[in-house]
Design a binder for this molecule. Sequence first.
Ligand code: NDP
Length: 467
Amino acid sequence: FKQQIGVVGMAVMGRNLAINIERNGYTVSIFNRSKEKTIDIIKKNYGKKLFPFYSLKEFVESLNKPRIILIMVKAGKATDSTIKELTCYLNKGDILIDCGNTFYKHTIIRNEELSKKEFHFIGTGISGGEEGALKGPSIMPGGEKLAYKLVEPIFKKIAAYKGSEPCVTYIGPNGSGHYVKMVHNGIEYADMQLIAEAYFLLKNFLRLNNQEISLVFDEWNNGELNSYLIEITKNIVVKKDECGHYLIDLIIDSADNKGTGKWTCQDSLDFGEPISIIAESLFTRYLSSMKNQRMIAAKNLHGPCINKFYGNKTKYIEKIRKSLYFSKIIAYAQGFSQMRTASKYYKWNINCANIAKIFRAGCIIRAQFLEKIIEAYENCKDIKNLLLTPYFRDISSKYQKDARDVISNAIKNGIPVPTFSSAITYYDSYRASFLPANLIQAQRDYFGSHTYRRIDKEGIFHTNWKN
Ligand code: NDP
């Protein structure tokens, strides 16, 4: 007898997905380039319906036709070489699913090449880390719809659930699934940095201790800000190491990244999409990792010291909460706008309500307020900017005042709030009926004859500015 599905790549993600699929009633063939990882899984006796293979040919031959093969290897060259090897043994109509964090343009190319050979290809974003892969991730599949229909029952079983709804939906053709995953990660960068700034203010401006900070996050998690990232932050700040010290206070303040936030930003530049909070959160990671330079600058560059806070702490905590929610709304508005632009360009016809739905469980950016995004898109499919929809318009108009207060106090006290301030700046620029771009146009025309348009007349103009 043959297995129903195969998984290639037995590192943490592939292994957990294979176990998840097996637990949901499927027979699964597994393969890894080097055999140790496969042996380890079998030794640990994870499931009776996991079948190990140590040659790719035998692995492929062990599968029912049309074969369904999920690839979970290091994104990039490893994906290419795995696909190349696999295709030597595949038949027309077999389905390859790349679940890695692949750059969506690579998925578009692979999709085209594989469909020429009459193989099906589904570029699939998976979010939720190793726990999500095991217990239920959020799944973002893109590719040929007919092929997707064949794997949909499996995805629906292994996905996270929000109530009775599985966190998987067909995103659209070719690279759309990986695109949505990429933007999800960009939003994740922004979410994390925004929370980090709120934490920094609670710690350094209000001088709360770790227990108090944890209580604040706990309270926030019961309201509008309810989300996975707030919940884990509540736990992180009070975790102690084996010597009884708060671990958070011992971790070096230098943030790494694996590149997906960079892709989101690079792509936004190509599309002319101002995702300023997401970009700022990426730059802030880069700046944080210049630890040595920062230590020199700390000794050489002067600025204000943090003044003692004399106001009402409870009231100020509420202002920080509102600033965080305000900024979070703008980060998501930017990310969703970028997805809309890409969808129009590539003719993916993505459904933003469904995307917000599958972000509600399993993935890292799962949050209560996604319900509001769903509501907005269900009322109007083609939203240019979430800020213009009733709920987000009203809440941001209401919260912006406190955000200004918090940000200006932070600046006065020399506390860096890069994404908080990026949010308010975006908000003010976006709502400005007139920006100083008239001067930019004049300067461009002055030094480069780039021309400009006028308020009072139709047409394109150029002035000889030096006469
Ligand atoms: P890694 O990204 O660390 O990749 C390791 C796996 O890739 C191993 O199975 C390894 O095989 C295989 N591999 C590496 N190079 C090659 C090659 N040239 N040919 C064939 N196989 C190769 O593993 P993860 O489990 O962390 O992630 C897998 C994928 O899932 C990645 O694309 C990642 O970006 C994505 N992802 C990861 C998440 C996470 O939280 N870790 C979350 C969501 C997606 P070998 O053992 O032989 O070296």
